[in-house]
Design a protein around this ligand. Structure first.
Ligand SMILES: C[S@@+](CC[C@H](N)C(=O)[O-])C[C@H]1O[C@@H](n2cnc3c(N)ncnc32)[C@H](O)[C@@H]1O
Length: 314
């Protein structure tokens, strides 16, 4: 009886030991053969990328199924639909609110790059921010605009690629916060986005972006065929980054000194079948894991790198 009760904990310890080994192996492999991509000198590990995928491929993918659009079965565009989407998103990814601090930006100019269907957008607007939503997928942006309209919130909206951001936004406008959650790793040239974003920021502004982590539980599960980068199959591009690669990506447009903060979080612990029906049932190995152990695992091997950076002087 006693021995059986210890099996899940033993399995969890074995899993962590195995992952620590994989982590060390990956660091060694990356040192000996780091790839370079595109016009950027930033090295990236590719979680999933179709060879030669373009911005148009990326747009077609997100137009065909906007991010989180299936978080509710209610009529798309209705208040009930948006309420359910928000509830499910914040329950599945509770770190978003803690990190974005939606109430901190009242009266400030906030630009969201890749706003999707506007889940965070309405939270910024409700917090009093002067909100601008920018998005490649026009399907997603239409739903986002509808969301603002349903809740009587104000905002400005522009469509286009972040790789050419300045050509789509009002000339001369500068932002206090540029926020981008899970976007820049989906485009062929992330470095171009960073360069463009810097150009629209106030000198004392702040950048908050989430990028996928190379050294993560999810990366390892993708590598052995047990997971995929996005809920929907066939995402053309999903780059992942190490902490050093983040610094390469941000430099020289953003400061990479002690003002740069990179936190790691988010291991999705739930069974997909029930989750699709709105039920949060943990996988048995995560159910068995003590909270302290799971929290530590998320901080070391989470899928989300939460990056806060200050612009460098231009
Ligand atoms: C994973 S979804 C995240 C959406 C939203 N940030 C959220 O958290 O709900 C990725 C989004 O990035 C957008 N995206 C991808 N490449 C982009 C680009 N080059 N410019 C602007 N948006 C882009 C996609 O259209 C998609 O809506």
């Amino acid at each position: 009886m006693q021995a059986n009760a210890n099996v899940p904990a033993f399995a969890a310890v074995l899993a962590i030991g195995g992952l620590t080994f994989l982590l060390a192996l990956r660091r060694w492999q990356k040192k000996s053969s780091a790839p370079t991509t595109g016009t950027s000198s930033v090295t990236k590990v590719t979680a999933h990328a179709l060879p030669g995928a373009t911005v148009t491929d990326v747009q077609n993918f997100w137009d065909s199924r906007p991010c989180n659009v299936k978080h509710s079965q209610k009529e798309i565009g209705s208040k009930e639909y948006f309420d359910e989407v928000e509830k499910k998103r914040l329950a599945a990814e509770p770190h978003i609110g803690r990190w974005a601090q939606f109430d901190k930006w009242g009266g400030k100019e906030v630009l969201e790059v890749g706003c999707g269907i506007g889940t965070e957008g309405v939270l910024f607007a409700r917090g009093g921010a002067k909100y601008t939503g920018f998005e490649l997928s026009t399907k997603s942006l239409d739903i986002c605009k509808q969301r603002f309209s349903v809740f009587g919130l104000g905002g400005e909206f522009f469509d286009g690629s972040a790789e050419t951001l300045t050509t789509h936004l009002p000339p001369g406008k500068a932002y206090d916060l540029v926020y981008s959650f899970g976007v820049i790793h989906h485009t062929p040239n992330p470095k171009a986005c960073i360069q463009q974003i810097r150009k629209v920021m106030k000198p004392d502004g702040e950048l908050r972006i989430m990028l996928y982590a190379a050294e993560s539980w999810k990366t390892y599960m993708i590598e052995i065929g047990l997971d995929q980068p996005e809920a929907q199959y066939g995402c053309p591009i999903a780059f992942t980054f190490t902490r050093d690669e983040i610094k390469e990506l941000l430099h020289p447009e953003f400061r990479v000194d002690e003002s740069l903060e990179i936190k790691q979080f988010h291991i999705f612990p739930y069974q997909i079948g029930p989750y699709k029906k709105g039920l949060f049932v943990k996988e048995p190995w995560f159910e068995a894991m003590p909270k302290q152990m799971f929290d530590q695992l998320q901080e070391k091997l989470g899928w989300h790198l939460l990056i806060t950076a200050k612009p460098a002087a231009m």
